[in-house]
Design a protein around this ligand. Structure first.
Ligand SMILES: O=P(O)(O)OC[C@H]1O[C@H](O[C@H]2O[C@H](CO)[C@@H](O)[C@H](O)[C@H]2O)[C@H](O)[C@@H](O)[C@@H]1O
Length: 398
């Protein structure tokens, strides 16, 4: 599907994604399908509520397995009757080293990246949590360090730079606090980008607005019509999880997150089942798994990858060979961006897997399958990489 035609309506005509089993949407939800691609106010609220499901639901649809495998601990713990010790580092290190053959270090491969970046327009896309800030227990305290902020500020001086986050755009802007960047919140469903060079600016969901400094910008919100539904679900989620100690529901305007990082593992089936029961009434919403978080979002053909394509187009960087896009992210939702495509002379190219169009860099200190090309261990290595990019550019300019 071409980017242009995509922009005409990102709302999927089939409300259940093709790969619903991967997303953990139970097949019996198909009976709730509504026809047509648009929502009329209140229509989705009349669906009768089903009785709460049984815990087998969340076992059989793979939710619990996905919850357990999200954000695995760095080292295995071996339990002895008297004490607990960390598993032999050797085993882990061997696994990590062999994984790095497939996903080489972006720092160690820096020369290779530069070789490709030479004479090209480089654009930088950055995820926030786990990439610019370390993962912490309290999502409201996921601050980035001043040194990271200054590295990102420097990158933005030399390259068009955007933050693409699962958080709401306002929240991620508040955490990053840099005016020189573009921001895409709610997994790309809320983009504040440049006043467009391209057709992306003509889309009905794209309106002219002004940023915090009064500068003219394009605001692209392809899931606008879902706001009342998300709002309603948010309230139900808060109400239905309030007795689960440690559960935390976050509002991202176009999507919502249910955190279970601070919930005792024995209660994970309960939180999963409660979310599952609520989603049964909303066939136009789907679930994705993040790092100890269940993310509920509209079933639209839009994600972080589409946001990257949209921003490349808005920046006038689509349909060109002399562009190198770099995307750095740590989470499952960043995989959509690692798979992003761009259009060149009417053909489609994968931006990040194709080595000469862009690089996806996965932030991970544990081996995991990814569509990224390179890897870095943690946010401190992200910072080193960003600083190296700036040093190269300064040197190139001198
Ligand atoms: O796309 P991102 O910017 O990476 O946002 C994804 C989610 O990030 C946040 O949650 C994650 O980080 C928290 C703070 O370190 C951590 O407590 C949580 O367990 C992680 O899942 C954010 O709070 C979520 O709403 C985002 O969906």
């Amino acid at each position: 599907m071409e980017l242009k035609s995509n922009h005409s309506s990102p709302v999927l005509t089939d409300p259940i994604p093709v790969n619903n089993s991967r997303l953990g949407i139970h097949s019996n939800l198909l009976s709730y399908q509504q026809s047509g691609g648009s929502l009329s106010s209140g229509k989705y609220m009349t669906i009768p509520r089903k009785k709460p499901g049984k815990l087998e639901d969340v076992w059989s649809n793979g939710w619990l397995e996905a919850m357990r495998s999200s954000s695995p601990p760095r080292k295995r713990l071996i339990k002895d009757k008297d004490f607990t010790i960390e598993a032999a580092a050797d085993d882990f290190d061997i696994a990590y080293c062999s994984w790095m053959i497939k996903y080489p270090s972006a720092l160690k491969s820096f020369d290779q990246i530069l070789k490709n970046a030479k004479n090209k327009k480089v654009a930088v896309f950055l995820d926030y949590d786990g990439t610019l800030s370390p993962i912490v227990d309290d999502p409201d305290r996921a601050f980035m360090s001043d040194s990271m902020r200054s590295a990102v500020r420097d990158v933005a001086k030399y390259f068009p730079t955007a933050i693409i986050s699962g958080r709401s755009r306002d929240k991620v802007y508040e955490l990053v606090g840099l005016t020189e960047l573009y921001y895409a919140g709610s997994h790309g469903m809320d983009i504040m980008g440049p006043v467009s060079h391209a057709e992306s600016g003509d889309h009905p969901n794209c309106i002219r607005s002004t940023d915090q400094q009064g500068k003219e910008v394009n605001l692209f919100q392809p899931a606008r019509e879902f706001i009342p539904m998300i709002d309603e679900v948010l309230k139900t989620l808060v109400e239905n999880t309030k007795d689960i100690k440690g559960a935390n529901v976050e509002n991202h305007k176009f999507c919502t997150s249910v955190h279970y990082r601070n919930v005792e593992e024995k209660n994970w089936p309960t939180i999963a089942q409660r979310v599952h029961d609520i989603l049964k009434d909303y066939p136009r919403l789907r679930l994705t798994h993040g790092r100890k978080v269940l993310e509920i979002r509209p079933v639209i053909d839009w994600n972080k990858g589409k946001a990257v394509e949209f921003l490349l187009e808005s920046l006038g960087l689509s349909d060109r060979d002399d562009v190198l896009a770099i995307y750095i992210g740590d989470d499952k939702t960043d995989e959509d961006a690692f798979k992003a495509s761009k259009y060149n002379s009417n053909s489609r190219f994968t931006v990040f897997r194709e080595r000469n169009l862009g690089y996806g860099i996965l932030v991970s200190s544990v081996p995991k399958e990814s569509n990224a090309f390179f890897s870095v261990r943690d946010p401190s290595e992200v910072k080193k990489f960003l600083k190296a990019l700036v040093t190269w550019k300064k040197f190139e300019k001198a």
